[in-house]
Design a protein around this ligand. Structure first.
Ligand SMILES: O=P(O)(O)OP(=O)(O)OP(=O)(O)OC[C@H]1O[C@@H](n2cnc3c(O)ncnc32)[C@H](O)[C@@H]1O
Ligand SMILES: [Mg+2]
Length: 209
C-alpha cells in the first residue's frame, strides 16, 4: 500500500467510508453515481482525485476491472469500484470488446469509433449480422487487496446512422433487443434500469450492500 506521505492532498481530506470510482470516463462515472444514489453512497472519482490511469493490460473485462480497482484502492487507501466495459459485435468476432475505449483513439472520438464499427460491418456485405452486446465488469477492491467482481450484459442490434444525444460511447448505435430507441435516445433513468451496467450493479448490490 502507498504511504500517506505519497498521497495527493485531496485523498487526505476524504471522509472514512468514502468509495472511490476507479474511472476517468465522465459518462460512466455519471451512471455509476446515479446507480449508487439510492443507497446513500456518494463516491468520488479517480479523475476528481487526480489519480493516474493504469495501463489496461488485461485480456478480459474482469481482469481490467480488477487491475483498475486494485490500483485506485492501493493509491487512495479507500475501497475502489472499477468498471471495465465495452461493445462486442458478433460479426466482428467480439470486437471492439476490451478495446472499445481504444477504438476512440487518443482523442476519445466515439463518432469515429462508431464509423469504424459500421465500416467494418459494411465490408461484410448487406446481409451481415448486426447483433451485438454490451458487457460491464465491475470490480470492488479493498486496500488490503481483497476483490469481488460481477459481470453484466445486454443484447441488442446495431443501427446506422447513430441516433440520440444521451449516454456516451457507442450508445447512439445500440438498440436493446425488444426496444426501438437507441441507448442514446432513451431517458438516462431508463438506461440505468436495463443496461449491462445495471445488470452488473444488481449483482453487486445483492452481494455487498
Ligand atoms: O477505464 P476507465 O477510466 O473507466 O474509462 P474508459 O472509457 O477507458 O473505459 P473502459 O476502459 O471500460 O472502456 C469502455 C469503453 O466502452 C464503451 N462503453 C462502455 N459502456 C458503455 C455504455 O454504457 N454505453 C456506450 N458505450 C459504452 C465506451 O466507449 C468506453 O470508453
Ligand atoms: Mg479504460
Amino acid at each position: 500500500m502507498s504511504g500517506e506521505g505519497d498521497q495527493p492532498q485531496a485523498i487526505r481530506k476524504l471522509k472514512p467510508g468514502t468509495l472511490v470510482i476507479a474511472s476517468h470516463n465522465e459518462g460512466k462515472v455519471r451512471e455509476i453515481r446515479a446507480l449508487l444514489g439510492p443507497y446513500g453512497i456518494e463516491p468520488i472519482s479517480a479523475a476528481e482525485l487526480d489519480l493516474p490511469e493504469p495501463e489496461e493490460t488485461g485480456t478480459t473485462f474482469v481482469a481490467n476491472a480488477e487491475l483498475k480497482a486494485l490500483y485506485a484502492a492501493d493509491l487512495s487507501g479507500f475501497p475502489a469500484l472499477a468498471d471495465d466495459s465495452g461493445l462486442c459485435v458478433d460479426a466482428l468476432n467480439g470486437d471492439p470488446g476490451i478495446f472499445s475505449a481504444r477504438w476512440g483513439g487518443p482523442e476519445k472520438n466515439f463518432v469515429l469509433a462508431m464509423e469504424s464499427v459500421e465500416s467494418n460491418l459494411a465490408e461484410q456485405g448487406p446481409d451481415v449480422s448486426r447483433a451485438a452486446h454490451f458487457v460491464c465488469a465491475l470490480a470492488l477492491a479493498w486496500p488490503d487487496g481483497h476483490v469481488e467482481w460481477f459481470e453484466g450484459r445486454v443484447d441488442g442490434t446495431l443501427v446506422w446512422p447513430p441516433r440520440g444525444e444521451n449516454g456516451f460511447g457507442y450508445d447512439a448505435m445500440f438498440v436493446r433487443d425488444g426496444d426501438t430507441q437507441t441507448f442514446g435516445e432513451i431517458d438516462p433513468d431508463a438506461k440505468h434500469a436495463i443496461s449491462h451496467r445495471a445488470d452488473a450493479f444488481q449483482q453487486l448490490v445483492a452481494a455487498v450492500l
